[in-house]
Design a protein. Structure first.
Length: 391
């Protein structure tokens, strides 16, 4: 790229916002990719087109797509209660209010369904207080932390296996009745356990068989060989107390060189720009890849259409920011600073982003490892400039 987008990326790198970035713009079969800067502040390893990234919550749409594949195969039904596959959740009740003691509960108004996991309306996830605080010290938040469920940060990884994780999750009440509120993150963690059970496979093997192998996504998975993990960029985030942008890695990099105890369907994948492009193209092309249909058009439409009511969108607070929600991804429901409604995609908490505008046949993928990207104006600037690119 010798464009305004490259200039904007370079300007922010030069002033120290990011050590480096990889940007990809695609319109149908035409692709432009630019890798600018280095993988860590003070380092000399250049960002490359094939640099692997921890894509964090960009894992969620991948999980949703495979869920719909299993639904098409009649392995599961979206309206089916999750307890059919996860009996550990059959006895869950619901808190009378989010800050209530754990024993102040009422019965479920209806069972939690597979679709509730996809739409994040199962009644569990990040708890938002009235003042916008995330996961305030309510009894349910403290209990989840004590049980090692780690419903929030992707690091450190939980050491619990999926069976024990879901057992502990099922020992806690839900925060809201199913269908009442949009609550972030827990849905796809539970869904990952459910998909493995339903398919009789591990989640990693299932994703590889149904999606990664057919799409040629050779660099995507829950772990990677040591030589590839060594190329993963350093993660940075501004400290809320000091205001200093600094390295923010809790675990040694080596944990990514082996399969995790718990394959996190919410935030566990490594991937590259071209690998994720293959996935994004599958959706843009209505479920067809290389002449082979992997998903029906109906499933793709359901995945990329908003399923939330205005009240449910509002319940997502700043985490949704007024965006709707399809299955595992955000869907714009009104014009914003980047484009009109109908754009879909999602970001990753370590500083990655993807959106597709089906009307423009445009795919934009931005990969970095500075979390500040998600709350800076860089996303808006880069996204707007992506529309001006002509691959």
């Amino acid at each position: 790229m010798s464009s305004q987008l490259r200039q904007a990326m370079t300007a922010r790198i030069d002033r120290g916002d990011f050590p480096g970035l990889v940007a990809l713009v695609a319109r149908d079969d035409d692709v432009l990719v630019d890798a600018v800067g280095v993988t860590g502040f003070g380092g000399d390893a250049p960002m490359r087109r094939d640099t692997p990234f921890r894509i964090m919550s960009m894992t969620k749409p991948v999980l949703a797509a495979v869920t719909l594949m299993l639904a098409e195969d009649d392995v599961l039904d979206l309206e089916e209660p999750v307890a059919a596959f996860l009996p550990e959740l059959a006895g869950q009740r619901v808190l009378v209010r989010p800050d209530a003691p754990l024993d102040e509960t009422v019965a479920l108004a209806r069972p939690v369904t597979v679709e509730d996991l996809l739409t994040f309306t199962l009644g569990a996830g990040f708890v938002l207080a009235a003042d916008g605080e995330v996961d305030p010290p309510y009894p349910i938040v403290r209990a989840a932390d004590e049980l090692g469920l780690r419903p929030g940060p992707p690091e450190p990884r939980t050491t619990l296996g999926p069976d024990e994780w879901i057992r502990r999750f099922g020992s806690l009440p839900l925060v809201h009745q199913p269908g009442d509120k949009w609550m972030y993150n827990a849905g796809t963690r539970v869904l990952g356990v459910l998909l493995a059970r339903a398919s009789g496979s591990t989640l990693g093997d299932l994703l590889h068989e149904r999606l990664f192998a057919p799409l040629g996504m050779r660099d995507t998975g829950f772990w990677a060989p040591a030589e590839r993990v060594a190329e993963v960029p350093v993660h940075y985030q501004t400290d809320g107390t000091t205001g200093v942008l600094s390295r923010s890695e809790i675990e040694p990099r080596e944990v990514w060189t082996r399969p995790p105890a718990f394959a996190d369907g919410s935030a566990g994948l490594l991937s590259t720009a071209d690998d994720y492009l293959a996935f994004a193209r599958l959706l843009l092309n209505g479920g067809v890849h290389g002449g082979t249909r992997l998903l029906t058009e109906k499933s793709v439409a359901a995945m990329t259409t908003n399923h939330l009511t205005p009240d449910q969108i509002e319940s997502g607070g700043f985490l949704l920011g007024g965006t709707g929600w399809g299955y595992g991804l955000g869907v714009t429901v009104k014009a914003d600073e980047v484009s009109g409604p109908g754009r879909y995609g999602w970001s990753g908490g370590f500083g990655t982003d993807w959106f597709t505008d089906p009307r423009e046949r445009l795919i934009f993928i931005l990969l970095g490892q500075v979390s500040d990207l998600l709350w800076s104006d860089a996303l808006t600037e880069f996204g707007r400039l992506a529309y001006a690119e002509t691959p």
